[in-house]
Design a protein. Structure first.
Length: 255
């Protein structure tokens, strides 16, 4: 018995299977730790808008901090303002950063005869819509995680549509991905594997019992798509652990 115990002590503590599993899992966990999130917060820009702002253009591009940039590119979202029923109102993108509450900030639509002194006129009404071009972020290796809509009151709602292409031709005749409605004033929709690569989102105010609806796009969040190499390492690590478990079971049966 003593000789057998001594032999056991002389066995290396790390077999090839253990080394393979430990190395692969370390690499995979390291790659997972590098996976990042990216959130566009349109309610707290540092320079593009202070207060209630009609940005004066139907198309505006924003960086991650919610500030306006001149050229679309990696890490930017472009917003397009639209309006139905009255073509003479020339809608433009608007932004609110001095809210009554934290749920009253974000991007909206300003129509030609509105007044910037009226905060609700800067929001997305039932005859208005805001389209977000997400292609530059998705092409940089991210996927949609969530969108947060603000300024939702009782009787109000926000319909969120997923589009494969930008048409600029109004609210699409399809079912929305979801409709966020009534209180709380700030609500978040989480995307799933079926729609997390949607290149365009269209948001429209929806009447849920009140005389109208006025909502804002507060933020859009993304997460990094895992690289194929990380997934391969993870698979190798799991294979290594399976080999370790099999050898342990064999050793127990042999004993």
């Amino acid at each position: 018995m003593a000789r057998q115990y001594g032999v056991l002590l002389m066995r290396p503590s790390f077999t090839p299977g253990r080394l393979l599993g430990a190395l692969a899992l370390t690499c995979a966990l390291g790659a997972t730790a590098q996976a990042s999130t990216l959130t566009f917060d349109f309610g707290t820009p540092t320079s593009s808008c202070a207060g209630n702002c009609n940005l004066g253009r139907p198309m505006v591009t924003f960086d991650q901090t919610g500030n306006i940039v001149s050229t679309p590119g990696a890490g930017t979202i472009t917003a397009y303002a639209g309006q139905t029923g009255q073509s003479d109102l020339f809608p433009s993108v608007s932004q609110r950063t001095s809210p009554r509450s934290s749920a009253e900030t974000g991007l909206g639509v300003f129509s030609g005869h509105d007044s910037t002194s009226n905060g609700s006129s800067l929001e997305i009404a039932t005859n208005e819509y805001l389209t977000l071009d997400l292609t530059h972020v998705l092409n940089a290796g991210y996927r949609l995680a969530s969108i947060t809509i603000g300024s939702i009151q009782n009787g109000e709602g926000a319909a969120i549509y997923g589009l494969s292409a930008f048409t600029g031709q109004g609210i699409p005749p399809i079912a929305p991905l979801t409709t966020l409605k009534n209180l709380p004033a700030s609500q978040t929709y989480d995307f799933n594997a079926a729609n997390d690569l949607t290149p365009y989102l269209l948001i429209n105010g929806v009447n849920e019992g009140s005389s109208g609806a006025n909502v804002l796009v507060q933020s859009v969040a993304f997460e990094k798509v895992p690289e194929p190499g990380s997934l391969a390492l993870l698979g190798t690590g799991l294979l290594g652990l399976m080999l370790i478990g099999r050898r342990r079971r064999s050793s127990v049966l042999a004993a």
